[in-house]
Write a protein of this length. Structure first.
Length: 553
């Protein structure tokens, strides 16, 4: 199967309307992610799949042929230990070759991958391993003790496979398992609608739910992925993202689509460091990057004169997960020479809105326009479609859209609540302008209702970030008897600025002069860092529970 068989994306489109009009999906009845992202490229023994390094100083380059041989051996090993079609296998690993190999192996045998962040604690792992009914978990030395501590409470978890020397009681060693297995494997024929993986929502509010993702979802991501990197692939493209492969952002915005096109991906195991990120992009001649706004803010704060100090030659950059804002857009243009193509999506329906700067200009503060093949609307509380300039919930029309998930694992009630008819409700608020650009305003549960106004936090956060005293900001609501809610701004200051009343007054004036008076924060709190989920999103629910400065009149 070639890349051209799953969709037609006109790379000579004149504008957004032309791009959408000429696009079409070509989803085959049978489709398997493992075969698509690796098996069909492995015949070329020299095609590079992965440039890998870690904080210990080790580095390696893997071809698709090498990845496929190891994945074939792992498929045999999993089958020998009882894994068959539809069985769940957890991957509790950071960015490393064994994680990517595990994905290929699980998909091609018709089993279901359950990627889980290596940063999770024991309780978070136990909840997800139990809910998914995981039979085998693949772990490294960091995640092994956490899984072992809850193993006895998970009777369904039959075996652990230890990577990179992770060893102990009831742990099967990766190297020994694969050494005994054949490196030839015949993939299972899967339908495009068959389940491929369960990704647990990050749980910024409420309990995490397991989104069951079909094989076809990879196809559904491709129009957005290609557009957001200005018609990826182009000759010489090399991709890098620090996004964790346990999440939609790391898998469907990086690893899987890059390998769908048979191009090299740079992977790094270790903590994100702004200076090292620049060296990594320089060393591997990275041309395409996906960086969360949080990572870009760290780079903007900690790395001086990127353009002058590093030979980085990016062709495209995508960002998403949190609002990008005008400040970051300007800094990236100045230091990297590219426009950020911001995107919007979620685990249940990823990569549906965004930018494509080679076809239509990005607008600071807007997440972009609907990508080809996705029908998007704004809904009110009753499920009715809203006109331009009205604040509503972003919704994706599920019919005939390959990106939409199958439902929540073992949770039909939550699945039903996700829909209004055929519209999948995202829980995210936006306004659409007359030219079809969507302007993100926050989560439905983050909207601030104060003195009769409905206020989204994103616009205020972006305004605060334009002030030189602010390194990062999050805006939340706190209860107030008179107004219903007050706006609280939680601020990470740049060096040289004091967390005092004078700074509060400065920031209040800054917002009031640029937005509406009712959007000005009444409370301020200064912190060293914002609480983040393991997928890089601000945990606003934690910020609501902390006090701020006294209300301002």
């Amino acid at each position: 199967m070639t890349a051209a068989t799953v969709m037609h994306l006109p790379d000579d489109a004149r504008d957004h309307a032309d791009l959408v009009r000429r696009f079409r999906w070509e989803v085959p009845a049978q489709f398997n992610i493992g075969v698509d992202v690796c098996g069909r490229h492995a015949l070329d023994r020299d095609r590079i799949a992965l440039h890998y390094e870690d904080d210990d100083g080790s580095a390696a380059t893997w071809t698709f042929h090498q990845v496929q041989a190891r994945a074939n051996a792992l498929s045999h090993a999993l089958a020998a230990h009882g894994i068959g079609r539809g069985d769940r296998v957890a991957i509790v690993l950071p960015q490393r070759p064994e994680a990517a190999i595990s994905h290929v192996a699980i998909y091609q045998m018709g089993a279901i991958a359950v990627p889980l962040s290596h940063l999770f604690g024991p309780e978070a792992l136990e909840t997800r391993l139990r809910d998914a009914g995981v039979a085998i978990a693949i772990v490294d030395a960091e995640s092994l003790p956490k899984v072992q501590s809850v193993h006895d409470r998970l009777p369904g978890l039959q075996h652990l496979i230890g990577v990179a020397g992770a060893a102990g009681a009831r742990v099967l060693p990766w190297d020994a398992l694969l050494a005994r297995a054949s490196d030839a494997f015949t993939p299972v024929a899967t339908a495009a609608d068959d389940p491929a993986l369960i990704i647990y929502t990050s749980g910024t509010t409420g309990a995490p739910k397991g989104a069951l993702i079909p094989h076809r979802a990879l196809i559904g991501n491709l129009s957005g992925f290609s557009c957001s990197h200005d018609f990826f692939p182009q000759p010489g493209d090399v991709f890098w993202s620090p996004a964790d492969w346990a999440w939609t952002g790391g898998l469907f915005d990086a690893l899987l689509p890059v390998w769908h096109y048979g191009l090299p991906l740079v992977a790094h195991r270790g903590r994100f460091d702004p200076e090292h990120a620049c060296r990594l992009m320089e060393r591997y001649r990275v041309r395409n990057a996906f960086l969360f706004p949080t990572a870009l803010k760290m780079m903007m704060k900690d790395v001086a004169d990127v353009r002058g100090r590093f030979d980085i030659r990016l062709r495209s950059m995508m960002s998403g997960g949190e609002s990008v804002g005008e400040t970051l857009l300007g800094w990236v243009r100045e230091q990297f020479g590219v426009s950020i193509n911001e995107i919007f999506g979620q685990t249940e329906a990823n990569y549906v809105i965004g930018g494509c700067s080679s076809v239509f200009d990005p607008r600071p503060g807007a997440v972009g326009r609907p990508y080809p093949g996705h029908r998007i609307a704004l809904l009110d509380d009753t499920g009715a479609e809203l006109p331009d300039d009205a604040l509503g919930e972003i919704a994706v029309h599920a019919e005939d859209d390959p990106v939409v998930f199958l439902g929540y694992w073992n949770n039909p009630e939550a699945t039903e609540a996700k829909y209004s008819g055929r519209w999948l409700r995202t829980g995210d608020l936006a306004v659409r302008d007359a030219e079809g650009y969507y302007w993100y305003r926050g989560r439905t549960d983050d909207v601030i209702k104060s003195a009769g106004y409905r206020i989204g936090p994103a616009e205020i956060e972006n305004c605060l970030l334009r002030h030189p005293a602010v390194a990062n900001a999050a805006v939340v609501a706190v209860p107030d008897e008179t107004r219903g809610s007050l706006i609280k701004a939680v601020i990470v200051l740049t060096p040289g600025h004091a967390p005092d009343a004078a700074t509060e007054s400065l920031l209040s004036t800054h917002v009031r002069e640029r937005l509406a008076p009712y959007q000005c924060p009444k409370l301020f709190e200064f912190v060293a860092s914002l609480p983040m989920t393991t997928s890089g999103k601000v945990q606003r629910r934690l910020l609501r529970d902390t006090p701020g400065s006294p209300p301002k009149s």
